[in-house]
Design a protein around this ligand. Structure first.
Ligand SMILES: Nc1ncnc2c1ncn2[C@@H]1O[C@H](COP(=O)(O)OP(=O)(O)OP(=O)(O)O)[C@@H](O)[C@H]1O
Length: 221
């Protein structure tokens, strides 16, 4: 078992005095390579807080996060931004695609920003798996919600991140499209050895994961 990401006593406190909220209690977690993980909890339990810390988007109040052995929050802001771009893939509820660029350009954006050459064979396989090969010349506005989310997943996968983080990725999709998106995320873990961490409040969705991390009132069980 290979550990891709590890937290040691990581916690988050918002506000001061009477307004203080412990959004995340000190947490030790290990995320395994190639495994599809789900973080499940009620609204306000701290799921997004945890995911944002895992992704280096939000600084913890205490503790450490190690991505492939590197202590993320000991890096300088610029180095952390680079590590995020190179090693972490994000999929959000709102697809965050660039509307003035085609689907193809959107998918290759992170790879090209790094002046890297895409792995054609891998990319073609990803596009086939996600069934968006015929959508490449279109603009995001010309796609359905489900198609946009599949493009966002392809973009996240194209850069071959160490970890793919998905925050309620089916939140804006109808039930069937949502199920399809989850199936594809699951498949990417299985087929490409992609490590996935998905946040959801939906038990049925979490049931697809190989490992379920439950969070109640900021505490990971
Ligand atoms: N920027 C902030 N300032 C103050 N409190 C915050 C902030 N962000 C989150 N919180 C609080 O931290 C707690 C956890 O919030 P978080 O967004 O992580 O929950 P969640 O489980 O993702 O909820 P949801 O499913 O509704 O998105 C909540 O009590 C929330 O009010």
């Amino acid at each position: 078992m290979e550990i891709v990401l590890k937290t040691v006593q990581v916690e988050k406190v918002y506000g001061k005095g009477e307004l203080e909220t412990q959004a995340l209690k000190p947490t030790d977690l290990e995320i395994e390579k190639g495994v599809f993980h789900a973080i499940i909890g009620k609204s306000g339990s701290g799921k997004s807080t945890l995911l944002h810390i895992l992704g280096g988007l939000d600084k913890p109040s205490g503790g450490k996060v190690y991505l492939e052995g590197e202590s993320m929050f000991d890096l300088k802001e610029k180095e952390l931004a680079l590590l995020r771009r190179r090693r972490i893939g994000f999929v959000f509820q709102s697809f965050n695609l660039l509307s003035e660029h085609t689907v193809f350009e959107n998918i290759l954006m992170p790879v090209h920003l790094d002046k890297k050459k895409e792995d054609r064979a891998y990319l073609e396989k990803v596009l086939r798996t996600l069934d968006i090969t015929n959508k490449l010349p279109y603009y995001p506005d010309e796609l359905s919600g489900g198609e946009r989310q599949r493009v966002a997943i392809a973009r996240a996968l194209a850069a071959k991140p160490a970890i793919l983080l998905a925050d309620e990725p089916t939140g804006n999709l109808d039930e069937n499209t949502g199920k399809e998106v989850i199936r594809l995320l699951k498949q990417s873990a299985k087929e490409f050895g992609q490590t996935v961490v998905l946040v959801t409040h939906d038990m049925e969705i979490a049931g697809n994961a190989e490992r379920v991390i439950t969070i109640i009132n900021g505490g990971v069980l």
